[in-house]
Design a protein around this ligand. Structure first.
Ligand SMILES: *Cc1c(COP(=O)(O)O)cnc(C)c1O
Length: 346
């Protein structure tokens, strides 16, 4: 391929949120049966919520506009003002939700430094505040993220989660999972949604990431959790009306877009291998799913991204010294070949 060909290239690896609905997904959306979901009368939303609750073996589920909202609602319903949330310092709930836990729920975080964002039961146990000391915030929630975005899409060992569950039980703590990319983890490990449903009090799942839907996340929990969650969703402005048109895309994604996540992972591994060969890359975090984080030397992310962009490849800076690629439904083998070619030429 001549260099001229690159001028028409646009390979977008900024995030797995950049996908557009496929023609078949759009068709499913257009033919959705809808109703007013604030009245609980949208059959397509109800179907999505019921089937997810069943899949995870949890009592109930709630469709919301974003994963930020499902996470924020979970934090709110599981705490009182002044409480503390134990989480890794790289967590989405801390780093990327606009300070929401403080703003929406008056919570403070206890930030731990896990292995690429994965904390352990021992770390959790060592960071629970004594409940009788009025100087200290009351520890009420442990928040995990799987896969861990800022840790390069790495996957939790389910045995560690079981040990964390035990610590939570012993101390009366709520265990929440930010499962924005949980299905990416599940297709790799072969674990089932119901194993996760058993371990967590609440789970947030995103449909607008690897699953390829345009909008939406679902919060899973007990019937009591979801009853409370509906009140919070309303006050956050997240009660939507004929939203079955969007939920239909999520139903479609559950039927058609889960197994194929493995393809994204295979492509991400190839990108990781190519980046690791470059002398401006100090290291690539181990590629376990669809995220490739490359730590740079002699190049700032801004400089590298500018070079990529001239060639038609888009990525994002991830901290002061790293760039991130995320593979997704709209990144195919042909684009992979082109991306590899571009990286080799740099
Ligand atoms: C994308 C994402 C979310 C939710 O983001 P929204 O854009 O609000 O849907 C939550 N957690 C993680 C780890 C994410 O990557």
């Amino acid at each position: 391929m001549s260099i001229i060909g690159y001028f028409s290239l646009m390979i977008d690896l900024r995030s797995d949120t950049v996908t557009k609905p496929t023609p078949a997904m759009l068709e499913a959306m257009m033919s959705a049966e809808v109703g007013d979901d604030v009245f609980g009368a949208d059959p397509t939303v109800n179907h999505l919520q019921q089937r997810l609750a069943e899949m995870f073996g949890m009592e109930d589920a709630l469709y919301c506009p974003s994963g930020t909202m499902t996470n924020q609602i979970a934090l709110r319903i599981a705490s009182r003002p002044q409480d503390e949330v134990i989480c890794d310092k790289r967590s989405h709930i801390y780093l990327y939700e606009g300070g929401g836990m403080a703003y929406n729920s008056m919570l403070s975080p206890k930030l731990l430094d896990g292995d690429r964002g994965r904390i352990t039961a021992e770390m959790v146990a060592a960071n629970i505040n004594p409940p009788d000391d009025i100087h200290l915030p009351r520890t009420s929630i442990v928040g995990l993220e799987n896969t861990m975005n800022k840790g390069g899409g790495c996957i939790y060992d389910i045995n560690e989660i079981k040990a964390i569950r035990k610590v939570c039980d012993e101390n009366g703590l709520h265990l929440h999972l930010d499962g924005a990319r949980l299905f990416n983890a599940l297709v790799e490990t072969g674990e089932s949604p119901s194993e996760y449903g058993e371990l967590f009090d609440t789970i947030s799942i995103c449909f607008s990431k690897g699953l390829g839907a345009p909008v939406g996340s679902v919060l899973l929990g007990t019937a009591d959790h979801i009853r409370e969650a509906k009140r919070v969703r309303k006050v956050l402005g997240g009660g939507m009306r004929q939203v079955g048109y969007l939920a239909a895309a999520c139903n479609y994604a559950l039927d058609h877009h889960i197994d194929r996540l493995k393809e994204d992972h295979a492509r991400a591994r190839i990108l990781g291998e190519e980046m690791a060969k470059k002398d401006f890359v100090e290291q690539v975090l181990p590629v376990e799913t669809n995220i490739v984080i490359s730590e740079l030397v002699n190049f700032t992310p801004k400089q590298l991204l500018a070079k990529f962009e001239q060639l038609g490849l888009y990525a994002v800076a991830f901290g002061p010294q790293a760039v991130r690629f995320v593979t997704h439904l709209d990144f195919d083998d042909k684009q992979l070949e082109q991306a590899v070619d571009l990286i080799r030429r740099l």
